[in-house]
Write a protein that binds this ligand. Structure first.
Ligand code: DCT
Ligand code: MG
Length: 371
């Protein structure tokens, strides 16, 4: 789906000109500082579609960020995540150091990596791919090691490993949407079920499918789940305290009741060859289903818009919305609401558009939130 090979020069110049509103005869060399001035450091003020011209960098940066997250180096982790988001936004592939001159969110670490990549292109990418392969091999080793004590979640993860590492397609997401909607409606006929996460942002693939469920009218704390369909289910009870102020932590988890599940999706036409290649392949049972990760989040109706905004992501976009709210507006945003610290009130919102308006931001559509 990436259009990396296509010539972007004309579009790039058009977009840059549009952003800079500069005379048509702007010399090429002045473009970087011009665009740089116009690019916000906040991803919630940038429109980022899935058309990523810098996937080679952003994949590597995200792996670097994960690596730093493991090492609990939050500063370097964020530096790489922010740089990845910024490069996803750029309407052209970065090929020289000059391309990133003056842009926000490019720290020294990131600059060094880009310098290395642009001088010997491919080396960094290969290294990151190697890390990836090393990671997967570790999983295999873990799987083989029978002495390890595994949690319920890890056991499920290994049991359905092959299914879960293969991505979830849009078609599978649509099939699961039908199941979830039907199941929920048998319990709560008026409930709203909305797909969130990457699929709401227009992605064709995901690692899971995220749903937000809300019921207009009085609070309903009944269990929404039909056990028979669930291969794995971990219900996190709501921890929400009405009086409590929103958390100040930038990456705080919300307090909604949620259910992290693995759903059994029956697919009669599924190609099972990869599952049944053992010696007794003729005898092997035909596996006509696929295990799929589904997250269900249940929210009170009044908080639905805030939950939808948070659970639509991307993570980086959400993180910057919260950072923008607190640094630029003296407000506290989380998945439950928006608190104005100067007026000392919670701001009500019935839609995502209203939340952007409260923050004084231009509305950004879900498919433009792929930062
Ligand atoms: N989210 C959140 N709070 C959390 C976890 C997630 O607000 N504690 C938001 C951010 C992204 C969104 O929910 C969905 O999360 P993921 O499924 O992890 O991300 P995704 O963008 O849907 O990616 P993928 O396509 O890989 O599922
Ligand atoms: Mg998801």
């Amino acid at each position: 789906c990436m259009e990396a090979g296509r010539p972007v020069d004309s579009e790039m110049k058009y977009r840059l000109r549009e952003q800079c509103q500069s005379p048509l005869n702007t010399p090429e060399s002045e473009v970087p500082s011009c665009i740089a001035r116009k690019v916000s450091q906040y991803s919630c003020q940038r429109k980022t579609t899935l058309n990523n011209y810098n996937k080679k960098f952003t994949d590597a940066f995200e792996i670097m960020a994960e690596n730093y997250e493991f090492k609990e180096n939050e500063i370097f982790c964020l530096e790489f995540l922010r740089a990845a988001s910024l490069l996803k936004y750029l309407p052209f592939p970065v090929t020289r150091m000059k391309d990133i001159q003056g842009l926000p969110c490019i720290g020294d670490q990131v600059r060094d990596v880009i310098e290395q990549f642009t001088s010997v292109f491919g080396v960094g990418v290969k290294t990151s791919e190697k890390w990836y392969r090393m990671g997967l091999r570790t999983v295999e080793e873990l799987k083989a090691d029978k002495t390890l004590k595994l949690s319920k979640m890890q056991k499920a993860g290994f049991l359905y490993y092959e299914d879960l590492v293969s991505c979830v397609s849009k078609a599978e997401a649509d099939a699961v949407t039908l199941i979830v909607k039907n199941t929920v409606s048998t319990f709560l006929p008026d409930a709203l079920v909305t797909i969130t996460g990457g699929f709401r942002r227009g992605k064709k693939m995901g690692h899971d499918i995220d749903f937000l469920i809300t019921n207009p009218g009085p609070r309903e704390d009944d269990e929404l789940l039909h056990k028979g369909l669930l291969l794995y289910c971990d219900i996190i009870e709501s921890t929400f305290v009405e009086e409590q102020l929103p958390s100040r932590k930038v990456d705080a988890m919300d307090n909604f009741q949620k259910c992290f599940t693995i759903l059994k999706l029956y697919q009669p036409g599924i190609d099972n060859s990869s599952y049944n290649t053992s010696k007794k392949s003729d005898m092997a049972e035909i596996k006509d289903w696929k295990a799929i990760r589904v997250d269900l989040v249940i929210t009170p109706f009044e908080q639905y818009a805030y939950a939808l905004l948070g659970w639509t992501g991307s993570r980086e976009f959400g993180r910057d919305l919260r950072r923008y709210a607190s640094h630029e507006r003296k407000m506290i945003l989380d998945n439950h609401g928006l608190y104005d610290r100067r007026k000392r009130i919670f701001l009500k919102a019935g839609s995502e558009e209203e939340i952007f308006a409260h923050l004084g931001l231009d509305y950004v559509e879900p498919w433009e939130r792929n930062a």
